[in-house]
Design a binder for this molecule. Structure first.
Ligand SMILES: [Zn+2]
Length: 489
């Protein structure tokens, strides 16, 4: 059985993530549509096909990042999954979740969901899961789970492979070849900026962890660099090392890896390139420049309505072919009422993001539409099917503002194609992602994440933290990691 609910939450984003933001799939159609997709769900499906195993999908709810999830949506999914678990017509449960979700009431909804499933199926049915590298993994998450693996890449390109490890762990438990024992190490610290696995400290740390697996010291290692905007207790870095019935080496590896993270703590903090310097390059560049708006990344739970880059373009009179998305349901409504081809004065943006004022400008509504299908080219999440709900394209000079009634991260060029904006024709494209768009837009042009202010900038002392502190780098902490071990089965 597989399914559940996956989203990444931002504690300080006041927009509650409601049911309409979720893409909901279930049953055999979900399996057919997601076969071969580079998502954790796609990985579960492909592993099942490879092993000739049938899958039951009671429901899978997936949404882009945002504010905490409306609690009743979580309860709805939980009830569907628990009822399906009561049927008992399966051998194992493999869950493709995020691990960094919050609901209005819960700090560890993934742990609660697994705990409820465990209460139904008992100890003999394996329950495993695949999480995002930015998950917040704590003791309560690990206690009911037999095995958990996380992505090994940031930007993420191994979603499917991660889920296949979780699937095979469950299969190994069933055929008696795998007895997972876990050593986990936790540390209250954040990585801020220099946390790609393509270079720098995390590339080396992952290489060390990979060697521990290939040398047979441990079966699996996951390094979770917690999402930076989760105000929950015990927030921080988590390292998991699994052995097969033997705990000594996993304990050493988990501690060694965490010690490496701590030793590199200053290197793991970095500033992004300056927006001015990047936009100047537009004049000489033949190819489009695709700018990740670091301060308002929907991919990290930001609201998606920052006008900072737009105001910067207007103030500096940079009037080149630009595609710039802004979440503003009221502006979409106004454009829809005005109709395509009309010229209007429109005020939009910055209802939630407060770093730059709303824009009021004359422009032409060049397109309106709804339910525009999006199919990710990838590689990140390649093959994912989603859609843009209601939208309007508002043209001011050469700048085309893509107004939407839901926030999106625009990690794939197909979001722009979906509304008739050909990425190849742009000089500047703005996305609301910091890492993943870089993989998917690399073939379109020069990709860069620019240092901009906002709710998802790494200036984390802007928030009124209540539960997560003390943590590094906001507080002076000693290196005193927490440890957890799981020996059952
Ligand atoms: Zn992530």
């Amino acid at each position: 059985m597989t399914g559940g609910i996956a989203q990444e939450s931002h504690s300080f984003n006041p927009i509650v993530t409601r049911r309409e933001r979720f893409t909901i799939v279930e049953g055999p159609t979900a399996v057919e549509l997601n076969r071969g997709a580079n998502s954790t769900f796609g990985g579960v499906i492909d592993a099942a096909f490879e092993e000739g195993i049938d899958l039951i999908v009671p429901a899978l709810f997936r949404a882009e990042s945002g504010g905490p999830v409306q609690h009743c949506v979580f309860e709805e999914v939980s009830e569907i999954m628990v009822n399906a678990a009561k049927c008992g017509n399966f051998d194992a449960i493999v869950l493709p979740l995020h691990g960094g979700m919050l609901t209005e009431r819960l700090a560890d909804p993934e742990g609660v969901l697994v705990e409820r499933l465990r209460a139904i199926v008992g100890r003999d049915v394996p329950i495993t899961a695949a999480f995002d590298l930015h998950a917040h993994v704590k003791e309560s998450t690990l206690e009911p789970l037999d095995f958990l693996s996380g992505y090994l890449t940031n930007p993420h390109e191994d979603q499917s492979a991660t889920a296949k490890r979780a699937f095979r762990a469950a299969a190994g438990m069933l055929d008696g070849t795998f007895k997972p024992v876990l050593a986990a190490t936790f540390l209250p610290m954040l990585t801020l900026g220099n946390d790609t696995t393509l270079s720098g400290p995390l590339m080396d740390i992952h290489a060390y962890a990979r060697d521990a697996v290939t040398q047979g010291r441990v079966c699996d290692v996951s390094i979770f660099n917690c999402q930076q905007f989760l105000d929950v207790e015990n927030m921080g870095q988590t390292v998991l090392a699994y052995g097969n019935g033997e705990l000594d080496e996993p304990r050493k590896v988990a501690d060694e890896v965490m010690q490496m993270i701590w030793n590199h703590r200053e290197d793991l903090i970095a500033k992004y390139p300056d927006l001015d310097n990047e936009l100047i390059k537009v004049r000489e560049s033949e190819r489009p420049i695709i700018v990740g708006d670091q301060g308002d990344r929907v991919a990290a739970g930001g609201p998606g309505d920052s006008t900072y880059i737009l105001n910067h373009l207007l103030a500096n009179k940079i009037d080149v072919e630009t595609y710039l998305p802004i979440y503003d349901p009221d502006a979409v409504e106004t454009c829809s009422r005005a109709g395509t081809g009309t010229t209007i004065s429109l005020s939009f943006g910055a209802k939630y993001s407060k770093v730059s004022p709303s824009v009021t400008a004359d422009g032409t509504v060049i397109k309106i539409g709804e339910n525009a299908p999006v199919l990710y080219d990838g590689p990140s999440d390649g093959g994912t099917n989603t859609y843009i709900e209601k939208y309007a394209v508002f043209e001011m000079g050469k700048i085309k503002v893509l107004l939407t009634n839901q926030p999106y991260a625009y990690i794939d060029p197909d979001y722009f194609r979906a509304v008739g904006l050909d990425p190849i024709r742009a000089k500047i494209i703005v996305t609301r992602s910091g890492y993943h768009f870089q993989l998917n837009f690399a073939k379109v042009g020069h990709v860069v994440t620019a240092d901009t202010p906002g709710m998802t900038s790494y200036n984390v002392d802007q928030f009124a933290w209540r539960r997560a502190r003390p943590f590094y780098p906001l507080d002076k902490i000693e290196f005193r990691p927490r440890r957890y071990e799981r020996l059952r089965r």
